[in-house]
Write a protein that binds this ligand. Structure first.
Ligand code: GLN
Length: 192
């Protein structure tokens, strides 16, 4: 199994390390030709404006869109979730528009700019999952094909799946809990 991690900007090193722990082949992706032959792709957190600009400069946008439409499993975390969305409620970032969700960037006030909280994520089992939120977005709308995987105590949606696309507003790669990545690999393998 060969998983690419978009390595234009942001927290890609941590994703690569986590995937290595899960013993899959990992490839940092910066160039168009590096998208070839992947079984799955991770779009990391970082700054969605910068990542989207770099994807544009390196001609990655339309290819990633095509791959997603043709069923390539993609997992976006934080800025990566923003980039998967159909619509961003508050900015000019050019998303991939592959997932039927509307997101709001930087959705938590200054005080809660960054925080950690234990989340119940039933698809990962009973044990709570540590959600690390860093200037995080939220999902403000999702169509009926989207499965919401996690919510905050106030019901705000913070993780979702649509077919083989997976998104989290928080950073599983900044924990030592491998379950979210394992879940993604199960989707890639067709076991989920
Ligand atoms: N605030 C960033 C953005 O809007 C996302 C932050 C992150 O990925 N940790 O792009």
């Amino acid at each position: 199994m060969r998983i690419g991690v978009l390595a234009s900007q942001g927290a890609f090193v941590e994703h690569i390390a986590m995937l290595r722990q899960l013993e899959v082949e990992v490839l940092p992706v910066r160039l168009l030709q590096e998208l070839r032959g992947l079984d799955g792709l991770i779009i990391p957190g970082g700054e969605s404006t910068s990542i989207s600009k770099l994807m544009l400069d390196y001609n990655l946008i339309s290819e990633i869109r095509n791959l997603a439409k043709n069923g390539l499993p993609i997992f976006g975390t934080c800025a990566g979730m923003i980039l998967l969305a159909n619509k961003i409620s508050d900015s000019g970032v050019e998303p991939l528009r592959v997932m039927d969700i509307t997101v709001r960037r930087n959705a938590f006030g200054r005080q809660k700019d960054s925080f950690e909280t234990e989340l119940s994520i039933p698809v990962l089992g009973e044990k709570l999952f540590l959600g690390v939120f860093i200037r995080a977005p939220i999902i403000v709308r999702a169509n009926s094909e989207v499965e919401i995987l996690a919510k905050l105590a106030d019901s705000t949606s913070v993780a979702a799946r649509q077919g083989k696309l997976l998104a989290s507003a928080f950073h599983p790669e900044l924990t030592d809990d491998l379950r979210f990545h394992r879940y993604f690999l199960d989707i890639v393998a067709g076991n989920q």
